[in-house]
Design a protein around this ligand. Structure first.
Ligand code: RP5
Length: 171
């Protein structure tokens, strides 16, 4: 049987290499779940043609979800969403004196018909988890791993509760 060539399932896009320190968390989470991804700097404002071309061909390239992080007047996720029917997850980044409020509003306030699933300011890890949950709709392996991840989260909360209860009892 011919083996299918492995291709990236998720794209992590960002407006500048200065966004990488925050966006790296998305790559780390996808790597932990062994999901192939590609990482690219492309800008809605500074390289609009390349961004549109990338988004337009993303589905053809075999990508399934696109994560796009940008700061300031952050239009990267929105422009990508305008050029593809793939799900787009926007990560607003804190890059100006407005501390991310500017990029949050630019990313989340999309016009009707062109949705961007926007996570919190700087929440690249959550963006990756949402991408994994989207892939898990048709991928039992990822769904099982996400299940274990959620059980682990609940265990961590239980430990925090035990710690607090012990502290309260000590007075
Ligand atoms: C945005 O402007 C980028 O996404 C970045 O967050 C911010 C600053 O970019 P650089 O001036 O560091 O390239 O477009």
């Amino acid at each position: 049987m011919k083996k299918r060539k492995a291709h990236p399932r998720v794209a992590i896009l960002m407006g500048s290499d200065s966004d990488w320190d925050v966006m790296a968390a998305a790559a780390k989470r996808l790597a932990e779940f062994e999901v192939l991804h590609e990482i690219k700097v492309t800008s809605a404002h500074r390289s609009p043609g390349e961004t549109a071309e990338y988004a337009s061909s993303a589905r053809r390239q075999g990508l399934e979800v696109i994560i796009a992080g940008a700061g300031a007047a952050a239009h990267l996720a929105g422009v990508v969403a305008a050029h593809t029917t793939l799900p787009v997850i926007g990560v607003p980044l804190d890059a100006t004196s407005l501390k991310g409020l500017d990029s949050l509003l630019s990313t989340v306030q999309m016009p009707p018909g062109v949705p961007v699933a926007t996570v919190g300011v700087g929440a690249a890890d959550n963006a990756a988890l949402l991408a994994l949950q989207i892939l898990a709709v048709g991928d039992d392996g990822i769904a099982r791993r996400l299940d274990r991840f959620k059980k682990d989260l609940a265990r961590q909360v239980a430990t925090k509760n035990e710690r607090l209860q012990a502290r309260l009892q000590r007075g």
